[in-house]
Write a protein that binds this ligand. Structure first.
Ligand code: FMN
Length: 207
């Protein structure tokens, strides 16, 4: 038996639940932005991926808030200050990153609320996350809106200008060692996942 769902005749919340149950694991972008007054904001986004390497572009998607249809602070900030940092979420900071997803009033810093430390970025006006071993300084390329109601996605595309990688997560050859990085991801519901179990295959096009 197969459960077949027509996305057009279901409430969006059910589609959201189903899609996040089946599109997984999802990496998590910890996005650090500034508002027009320069106040820092931090929030996690698991609708996140690398979309180009030449030029180096990443994308993540703040949806319009489910209950209110309002823009999330991250999106509001990017509309007034088109620079941001994306930090990698690791096991060591996962719980604090979850706290950073709290919907604080606009202008209040989730850094302080979640117990994470802002460090001034080098190339842009913004903040790295000191406790994350990987921070990427980005400039906004574009924002695309896919609707005006709660749950509507907004694609944020950024060009990665500077990569900061803590040498503590590098192996002897200088590559990032996933066993040292300990990145985590998002599954469905309230579940997260580790990256401690891995396997590899030789690429057929490189044999
Ligand atoms: C691990 C994790 C991943 C999340 N991913 C997303 C996402 O991809 N898109 C989204 O709109 N909200 C996502 N959220 C919820 C936002 O983080 C939350 O709405 C947050 O308050 C937004 O912050 P802001 O208003 O400061 O931008 C996620 C929450 C968690 C804990």
């Amino acid at each position: 038996m197969t459960l077949t769902l027509d996305t057009s005749d279901k409430p969006w919340q059910e589609i959201y639940r189903r899609l996040t149950e089946i599109i997984q694991p999802r990496p998590i972008a910890l996005a650090s932005t500034l508002n027009a007054e320069g106040q820092p904001n931090l929030a996690p986004f698991s609708f996140y991926t690398l979309i180009s390497c030449n030029p180096p572009y990443l994308a993540f998607c703040p949806q319009l808030a489910g209950r209110t249809g309002q823009k999330k602070d991250t999106l509001r900030n990017l509309e007034v200050h088109p620079q941001f940092v994306v930090a990698t979420v690791t096991e060591a900071i996962a719980e604090r990153v979850n706290q950073a997803s709290a919907p604080l009033p606009y202008g209040e810093s989730e850094f302080a609320y979640a117990g994470l430390t802002p460090l001034p970025a080098e190339r842009i006006r913004g903040n790295l996350v000191q406790e994350s071993p990987v921070n990427m300084e980005c400039e906004l390329v574009e924002i695309r809106n896919y609707g005006s109601e709660g749950g509507a996605g907004n694609l944020v595309v950024g060009k990665i200008l500077l990569l900061h990688i803590d040498e503590a997560v590098l192996d002897a050859a200088g590559a990032v060692d996933p066993a040292l990085l300990k990145a985590v991801g998002r599954m469905g519901g309230e579940d997260w996942c580790r990256t401690s179990e891995r396997f590899s295959y030789p690429r057929p096009d490189r044999a």
